[in-house]
Write a protein that binds this ligand. Structure first.
Ligand SMILES: [Zn+2]
Length: 343
């Protein structure tokens, strides 16, 4: 087991999403209009996952994902599969961007596995023994929904946490070795972070594989004080988009967990050079020991054109390899996917 979980020092990974191939977007549209069957759409999703894995493989990413090809959106996907949610219609979130915001209209119930099948498919199709599976966290699902049923938001979040825990146990049974809970909404309300952390702990209870949390919006100084209290092994955070200025927060809050270091900006089409990536990693190494540093983009790549997303991964891996060689000369060869925190 130990050997199976071994990774090169500075393992490279992704946060989750990847641009959908144009033909997949076309297949989804045809399916919506009744022109192709459920079966044909499923085949298109499967083929897209294989294409994404191939991009990750060619780029040299150590721990790929399926690019979240099957998910239109990170809350909607789960809300559609849980009992208790209802969709009234899209709401405008930004300029002309619309979001199908779900409403909670009855007690949330788990009736069917959510992402176990997509995990199994990816695991079988993957070139790497290690893949990352992502799931939206209880706080973000609640924060990005309307609550029309529960007395308090807290009640809703804890019910969601229990359901996510059921799903995570099934993923571990199916062979998951690295789970990432996505909680971009976590820093939204400073006064709620403390109990939201308890809820995430409830969601990951008994999950004894590597668990990370990904947070990509908001003020990290609201979350980092809970580093120890939050029972995850790794924090995957964005730094590139913030000019790496938030690295100092790690020191200020005595951060001592693994860091998923966001080293390429997903909101900018300019492709970072390998040397730029390498110098950012050297900067991160001033705050995090080499065996606790994973390398990833700031966030999911899905809003970039596919060729740019791919080139960013190629250069991220190339930049990582420069620093990996420097570390090898100092005796740092490998790290591990073993969990560090007991849950
Ligand atoms: Zn993100």
């Amino acid at each position: 087991m130990e050997k199976e979980l071994e990774l090169p020092i500075l393992p490279t990974t992704v946060i989750g999403s990847y641009p959908r191939p144009k033909w997949l977007r076309e297949a989804i549209r045809l399916h919506k209009n009744g022109k192709i069957s459920d079966e044909e759409l499923k085949e298109a999703f499967d083929d897209a996952v294989i294409a994404v894995l191939r991009d990750h493989q060619v780029a040299g990413v150590d721990i790929p994902t399926d690019g979240e090809m099957r998910r239109d959106e990170m809350v909607e996907y789960f809300a559609e599969r849980l009992k208790g949610f209802k969709f009234y219609g899209p709401v405008r979130v930004w300029g002309t961007a619309y979001y199908r915001k779900p409403s909670v209209v009855s007690k949330i119930e788990y009736t069917t596995p959510l992402i176990v099948d997509e995990f199994k498919f990816t695991k079988n199709a993957s070139y790497s023994p290690h893949i990352k599976i992502t799931i939206t966290g209880p706080y973000t699902i609640a924060e990005w929904s309307y609550n029309e049923y529960y007395k308090t938001k807290q009640d809703l979040v804890f019910d969601l946490a229990k359901i996510i825990n059921i799903e995570l146990k099934k993923l571990v049974e199916a062979g998951a070795t690295f789970i990432q809970v996505d909680e971009p909404a976590l820093p939204t309300h400073a006064e709620e972070v403390e109990w939201a952390v308890d809820a995430i702990n409830e969601a990951v209870k008994g999950i004894n594989v590597k668990v990370g949390v990904h947070i990509c919006y908001g003020d990290y100084s609201r979350v980092l004080p809970y580093t120890d209290k939050l029972l995850v092994d790794q924090f995957a955070l964005e730094f590139a988009n913030r000019n790496f200025e938030d690295l100092v927060l790690l020191k200020r809050f005595n951060f001592d967990k693994e860091l998923g270091f966001g080293v390429v900006d997903v909101h900018n089409r300019r492709v970072e050079s390998p040397e730029e990536v390498a110098s950012a990693i050297r900067k991160a190494l001033e705050y995090v020991p080499p065996d606790k540093l994973f390398i990833n983009p700031d966030c999911g790549l899905k809003l970039l054109p596919r060729n740019i997303a791919f080139q960013k991964l190629v250069n991220m891996v190339a930049g990582t390899k420069i620093v990996r060689e420097e570390l090898k000369r100092k005796g740092y060869i490998s790290t591990s996917l073993k969990p560090l925190v007991s849950r």
